[in-house]
Design a protein around this ligand. Sequence first.
Ligand SMILES: [Zn+2]
Length: 257
Amino acid sequence: MRLTIIGCSGSFPGPESPASCYLIEAEGFRLLLDLGSGALGVLQRHTGLHDVDAVCLSHLHADHCLDLCAYWVARSFHPDGAMPALPVYGPAGTAERIVRACSAQPGTPEAGAPFNFETLTPGTRRIGPFAVTVDHVNHPVETFGFRIEHRGRVLAYSADTGPSDALVTLARQADLLLCEASFLEAPGLPGGLHLTGRQAGEHAARAGAGHLVLTHLVPWNAKQRSFDEASAAFGGKISLAASGQVFDLAPAGPLPL
Ligand SMILES: [Zn+2]
């Protein structure tokens, strides 16, 4: 399983990265986790417009889903003809949210979208070669964290969340935990919104994760502070996400013949 960081900028695009988008690949299948502002451009450095097989949206905040509008155009008007409808998994209301955001004309029907919308609910489903487990995390709108398993390897994704026991469960013994660290430690931070680097480190430690990758880093924060906060709470390997970074999680056992 290969993870490519397409966008890791928190809450809005930064000068070095689009907003949230992660490309997960295995066995030739390409799954996008989130498609935030600016991500479709950088995505094309890593895969063709035709070559995405499914999209999962963690939640419906703009910085996690609105480049589906750009993708709507690219999938509908390609010179080779319209591309087949793409499965898009998201929280309840995803179809309405995306259709409304993408349509200048009120009343555009969902049926006109180049996407097949499917509503996520907590539990495990198979998407391509992946076993994908989702559960609600702690954010002001319905938001799903992810546990993605393939051939004995586990990648967990926090999405946007405040402190969350569900995230610890999703990330249990994960090889890699992609965890948001939007906030820097400060007095009076709002609860139920985002994590600090220290809290990301605490979640990784409680989960027994192998490698913590800090993401959703807000451009006006010093990344090194997020890293230092996480290091104080987690003794394992820590990385700061960057657009274009690739992480390979090799299969845990021999590949079947
Ligand atoms: Zn959010």
